[in-house]
Design a protein around this ligand. Structure first.
Ligand SMILES: Nc1ncnc2c1ncn2[C@@H]1O[C@H](COP(=O)(O)OP(=O)(O)OP(=O)(O)O)[C@@H](O)[C@H]1O
Ligand SMILES: [Mg+2]
Length: 295
């Protein structure tokens, strides 16, 4: 009896904790996946119109204040800007991880809030800033891009992503387990697997959030080649940290103070010596220069 009573406080705590876990599990998301118009085919025009946005968890911080952006079908738009300016947040809104406070995100001129979310996401490929892989084999991680793809499709996608060679070089090849979140692989390898997954999915709209962490020159080169193939003839919105990506974009947009501060091609923007783009690029080049001196 005495021993059981001693446990009573813990049992009570346990009960309360279980209750709070069930509370979280019972929460409903504001964004529902199964309602709205199904989107069968997509041309791939993406537009953000008069977007105002704050994260629900931080309502005091304004992220976008009348943000406007348009990407024609098949073109590449590069988003650049200082850390924390809201580049990744643009991608989160397009994927509809969040709804804007006001304004509209549109695909082919249709407000995504009226579209079936699952069918919209079928047309979008996303390569994250820090790609997260599932703790399973490399093969399954790529296959996730397209349910029911054949072995040869998976290998073909890996080849296009410049990943086939390193995968074949591993003792267990495509069956290699990537570890929790992909921890057994290098950053460049994880990115190429995420790219292979996107290639297999073959989406009309591609969202790329380039890694901020520097890759070594060789991996950067192979990752860049893989990305170039993936972006070809696809609507692409890329958060760009590398000059090589930026230079090839049809349009560059500089995100600053909740808006697009400047846009144009690399060659036109770079001429405005008092502009936001010029300042960003010169900062980055100083940074690159520093790296070179250190090595
Ligand atoms: N899930 C979130 N909840 C609350 N605030 C967030 C969330 N994600 C980002 N923020 C905030 O929104 C602002 C914009 O962040 P975002 O990640 O879009 O910046 P970024 O331009 O992608 O930066 P970086 O170049 O460092 O990746 C920052 O102030 C950030 O702290
Ligand atoms: Mg980011």
């Amino acid at each position: 009896m005495g021993e059981t009573l001693a446990l009573a406080p813990d049992m009570l705590k346990g009960n309360q904790m279980a209750a709070s876990v069930f509370e979280v599990m019972d929460r409903r998301t504001a964004i529902i996946g199964d309602v709205g118009e199904e989107l069968d085919t997509v041309e791939g025009t993406v537009e953000l119109k008069n977007i105002h946005f704050r994260y629900p968890s931080r309502p005091d911080v304004i992220i976008f204040n009348d943000f406007n952006m348009k990407v024609p079908s098949g073109k590449t738009l590069a988003l650049v800007g200082h850390s924390g300016s809201g580049k990744s947040s643009v991608i989160s809104l397009i994927l509809r991880f969040y709804d804007p406070t006001s304004g509209r995100v549109m695909i082919d001129g249709k407000d995504i809030r009226n579209l079936n979310l699952k069918s919209v996401r079928k047309h979008m490929g996303f390569v994250q800033q820090e790609p997260v892989l599932f703790a399973t084999s490399i093969y399954d991680n790529i296959l996730y891009g397209k349910e029911g793809a054949s072995d040869s499709e998976v290998v073909e996608a890996a080849k296009l992503a410049n990943a086939h060679n390193f995968i074949s070089g591993l003792p267990e090849g495509y069956s290699t387990k990537v570890g929790e979140r992909g921890a057994q692989l290098s950053g460049g390898q994880r990115q190429r697997i995420a790219i292979a997954r996107a290639i297999l999915k073959n989406p009309a709209i591609l969202l790329l959030d380039e890694a901020t962490s520097a890759l070594d020159v060789e991996s950067e080169h192979v990752v860049q080649q893989a990305l170039d193939k993936l972006m070809h003839n696809r609507t692409t919105i890329v958060v760009a940290h590398r000059l090589s990506t930026i230079r090839n974009a049809y349009q560059i947009s500089v995100v600053q103070d909740g808006k697009i501060a400047e846009q144009g091609t690399h060659s036109t923007l770079i001429q405005n010596k008092s502009g936001a783009y010029y300042k960003l690029v010169s900062l980055q080049q100083q940074h690159l220069h520093l790296h070179e001196q250190q090595n």
